[in-house]
Write a protein that binds this ligand. Structure first.
Ligand code: TXA
Ligand code: MG
Length: 353
């Protein structure tokens, strides 16, 4: 089978995935090719997780450094024993509560999973997605599916098939277009291989939800300039970045808005196009300035914000802005994941007001 000679974009109804299309995509996976598919978090770029050569194609397609491990997706909890070893009781308890869903568990790597999936580590990250297209595909392939987010490395994750095409046209065999992904930020990554569970990345399952099973669990933000820290891959600061630099402002709302208005004025005065990532409630404050505004939805509805965040960053790229200004909002629930993605989009440039 030719790999990526041309990328096929195929529409699939998430309510009732067409069996013939799913079967064709599963064939591509079995033959060592790449299939991009929607999950409830973001689109994934999938390959047979038991085939080292297929997995290496993911890294080249994304231009992802081989040091950053990828997540293995399964379709039912029984598959867990095929990909991981010495699974602790806590993993079973978390799986029972949160799978299928946006929680990834880092466990001891099973013998069926080649080392390049985990960038040579003895561990493996596993998740069972809930999206019907993802599940149908993994079931039809009857394989664990290695899949990072379907974006070029360090770009905002893809939350629509169009985003996947933007980044990976000609580098993937099939894109299953199931519309926009509902959660919009990636899964929560929880490392269970140490003496205590560690949140490596906040995501679609909130810390408050995790605390129902692991009382007191916290997230200790840790951002690295390079990926040299082998214990904590994927925590590099430059990630999810649009082309224009993002400046993230944090502090009391009205004070932050005043500072943002002044900076927007200065930027415009020096001839730059200014993009604004705003919640609905903040729009009015900026109406008197010629700005490229993209709304993230209501501040009271973090699930709207997470669903629109990556598309909003890409939209501002399309509008060719020179700089993007954003305001940090609450960190409860999904807010922790939203904050993390904004900090990384800003490459750590947080301006405390
Ligand atoms: O929601 C998601 O998790 C999406 C969808 C497609 O499932 N996938 C995703 O994959 O976001 P990716 O590769 O973009 O992010 C995976 C994260 C990275 O931060 C990576 O470093 C971490 O999980 N990770 C993967 N395997 C790991 C391992 N063995 N140990 C520690 N961290 C790992
Ligand atoms: Mg990613």
């Amino acid at each position: 089978m030719p790999y990526f000679a041309n990328t096929r974009l195929v529409a699939v109804d998430p309510a009732l995935p067409d069996a013939a299309i799913i079967w064709q995509a599963a064939d591509v996976l079995r033959a060592g090719g790449l299939v991009a598919f929607p999950t409830e978090t973001v689109y994934g770029l999938g390959a047979n997780a038991t085939d080292a050569e297929a997995v290496s194609r993911i890294f080249s397609a994304k231009q992802r450094p081989a040091s950053d491990p990828v997540i293995v997706h399964i379709a039912d909890p029984e598959q867990l024993a095929r990909v991981a070893a010495r699974i602790p009781d806590l993993a079973h308890a978390l799986a029972a509560r949160f799978w299928p869903g946006a929680l990834t568990l880092v466990l001891e790597r099973g013998a069926a999973i080649p080392p390049n999936v985990s960038a040579g580590r003895a561990t493996v990250a596993v998740r069972m997605p809930s999206h019907p297209i993802a599940r149908a595909l993994i079931q039809a392939a009857d394989l664990p599916v290695a899949a990072p987010s379907a974006n070029t490395f360090s770009r905002p994750s893809a939350t629509s098939a169009q985003h996947v095409l933007e980044d990976l046209n000609g580098h993937v065999d099939i894109i299953l277009d199931g519309g926009s992904t509902p959660i919009g930020v990636e899964s929560t990554v929880l490392d269970l291989t140490g003496s205590t569970p560690v949140v490596l990345r906040p995501g679609g399952v909130s810390l408050e939800q995790l605390a129902q099973i692991i009382p007191g669990i916290r997230w200790q933000p840790r951002y690295l300039q390079t990926d040299e820290d082998a214990a904590s891959p994927g925590q590099m600061i430059k990630h999810y970045s649009p082309r224009a630099p993002v400046r993230l402002f944090n502090g009391e709302r009205s004070a932050v808005i005043e500072v943002m208005k002044q900076i927007a004025r200065d930027e415009i005065a020096s001839g730059r196009r200014v993009g604004m990532l705003l919640v609905e409630q903040d729009r009015e404050a900026f109406e008197d300035q010629p700005l490229e505004v993209v709304s993230l939805g209501s501040q009271e509805q973090p699930e709207q914000i997470s669903a629109s965040l990556f598309a909003a960053l890409r939209e501002l790229d399309h509008r060719s802005v020179d700089v993007i200004l954003a305001r940090g909002i609450g960190r409860e629930g999904l807010g922790a994941a939203i904050w993390d993605r904004l900090v990384r989009a800003a490459e750590g440039r947080v301006i405390e007001v």
